[in-house]
Design a protein around this ligand. Structure first.
Ligand code: ADP
Ligand code: MG
Length: 330
């Protein structure tokens, strides 16, 4: 290992660990985690490539770090789990400063701290291409309580948490006016949704602990794509009511067409979207109200029709395309 790499790893290695199941973290050939027979392990990985998944013009290095871990935590939320560990593989272009890399790790630490997650390993390489960050997360859920996409059944109501389309709205503002523009407070709030979306672990936990049948997905590529994933996995059709999609008050400033574009085909909101039997909805809604997490019905699940997702408006019902968010290739 190069001296530079050694000092970099040293500088980003945690001083202490939080998870009680950790036997050994960074420093040997692998990390070691104790087995636990009461829980099931959830493991996921996501890669962010500079220029494809993030741009220097719209995010700070710290925010890039925050989001590279956040996107995985959002996947754990979508299973109903609790995140515990993460590993980071990073391919660094030769011209990068150690300080930039450390900023990325600071961003990850910021979100990791909230869940007492431990960094337990990774890999560091140099690259002639763009910066690439691959983050792996390990989490847990109580035995049998994981929430699969394939759980939706005809008769279910379809729900989402909070509001949808904000991240995409924030990104559009940044692409239009840049990072240094004199934004209003409201615009800054929207931009924050793009730069630091909050994974919905608490909402996922409420759903897992409710112990009823729930299908769940996180909104990482726009509502259309996520609804398609749910419907395809469950072999059903979902009818989404365009007028019931919850929006942030800022969206009153834009056309219906624009906000629907952001919500259905937009970026990483990290909200949860799922379905549950009609008779279990009231109980869930009450639990969410007590936790002060907004949750809204946006549609229903029906027997499979010729398209997996339909969108209903006052006077029409039509197919909703699967097209998702294709980052900066638009
Ligand atoms: P090996 O040769 O066994 O792959 P490395 O020299 O790559 O070991 O890494 C030494 C230790 O540092 C290992 O515990 C590894 O998990 C950790 N590590 C290496 N790179 C990173 C990184 N970018 N982030 C976090 N931990 C890292
Ligand atoms: Mg290695």
């Amino acid at each position: 290992m190069e001296k530079d790499e050694f000092s970099l790893i040293n500088s980003i290695s945690p001083k202490k660990y939080h998870q009680s199941s950790l036997i050994y973290g960074i420093g040997d050939d692998t990390a070691i985690i104790a087995e636990n027979i009461e829980k099931e392990e959830l493991i996921c990985v996501d890669t962010l490539v500079e220029g494809v998944h993030f741009l220097e013009e719209t995010m700070t290095w710290k925010q890039v770090g925050y989001k590279s871990l956040g996107v995985n935590i959002s996947d754990i939320a979508a299973m109903g789990g609790i995140p515990a560990y993460y590993l980071v593989s990073i391919a660094i272009p030769a011209h990068y400063q150690a300080e930039q890399i450390q900023e990325i790790y600071r961003g990850m630490e910021q979100v990791a701290k909230e869940y007492e997650m431990d960094l337990i390993g990774g890999d560091t390489v140099l690259t002639k291409g763009p910066l690439v960050i691959t983050v792996t997360v390990i989490g847990y859920v109580e035995r049998g309580r994981y929430l699969l996409r394939k759980n939706a059944q005809p008769g279910d109501v379809v729900f989402v948490t909070n509001t949808i389309g904000n991240a995409s709205c924030g990104l559009d503002l940044l692409l239009h006016y840049g990072k240094d523009y004199a934004y209003t407070e409201e615009e800054k709030e929207m931009i924050h949704f793009h730069q630091m979306p909050v994974p919905q672990i608490r909402a996922g936990r409420i759903l897992a602990q409710s112990a009823v049948r729930i299908a769940l997905n996180d909104v990482s590529d726009g509502l259309a794509s996520e609804l398609h994933e749910l419907a395809e996995a469950s072999d059903v059709t979902i009818i989404v009511d365009a007028e019931r999609v919850p929006y942030h008050p800022y969206m009153l400033n834009v056309t219906t067409k624009q906000r629907e574009e952001w919500a259905f085909f937009g970026g990483e909101d990290f909200q949860l979207v799922g379905s549950v039997a009609q008779q279990d909805w009231d109980m869930l809604k009450t639990t969410f109200e007590q936790a002060r997490i907004p949750v809204h019905i946006i549609g229903e699940v029906v027997e499979k029709q010729n398209n997996h997702v339909l969108v209903k408006r006052k006077t029409s019902i039509e197919r909703l395309d699967k097209k998702g968010y294709n980052h900066f290739s638009k």
